[in-house]
Ligand binder design. Structure first.
Ligand code: HEM
Length: 152
């Protein structure tokens, strides 16, 4: 597959992941807090996150697959600019945080929602919010490293 097609898929995946986190953080969650009572809000947020995470699973897989493929096409890890290594390093931290949210915090949120344990669910959702905002900041940093790093 040619390099530009890989880059195209890479950028779509990055835009979906980082843009999706921004939408959740700045629009969906505040709107749910402003308009819905806790039980409905927590059910809605759990349902929205479940759907978003299916897309993120695909986006993260594609990001790493296309990133590694481009590195190999460019001549291997030793041949690439430091900004690519930094991109991959920060993205690995982001992926680790995502796996923790997906496998632990979100699972506990869904269980609490199923059991109508609203205070527990609210605590888990708040943890998701904090971790997603951390990943959002890291995602913006990756864009910065990727593009502004060209000048260094
Ligand atoms: C959230 C995670 C990521 C974001 C937001 C991101 C973003 C970007 C952006 C904006 C570019 C275009 C840079 C340019 O053309 O100068 C790019 C290119 C690239 N990325 Fe990523 N990336 C991420 C993860 C990764 C990972 C995990 C890898 C490696 C496994 C990787 C490897 C690459 C490579 C090799 C290029 C091509 C650079 C070039 O052609 O100069 N990226 N990425």
């Amino acid at each position: 597959m040619s390099y530009v097609i890989l880059l195209f898929i890479h950028l779509l995946a990055a835009a979906f992941w980082v843009g999706g986190m921004a939408t959740l953080h700045f629009a969906v969650r505040p709107a749910a807090v402003a308009t819905l009572e806790p039980p409905l809000r927590l059910r809605t947020m759990a349902a929205a996150l479940r759907r978003f995470f299916v897309g993120v699973d695909a986006a993260v897989t594609l990001l790493f697959a296309t990133g590694v493929a481009m590195i190999l096409l460019a001549g291997g890890f030793r041949a690439v600019h430091w900004r690519i290594e930094a991109m991959m390093g920060i993205a690995l931290v982001m992926a680790g945080i995502y796996v923790y949210i997906r496998a632990s915090v979100f699972r506990a949120l869904r269980r609490a929602v199923e059991e109508s344990a609203w205070p527990v669910a609210a605590g888990r959702l708040d943890m998701v919010r904090k971790l997603v905002s951390l990943n959002l900041a890291l995602g913006v940093a990756v864009f910065g490293v990727a593009i502004l790093g060209r000048a260094a």
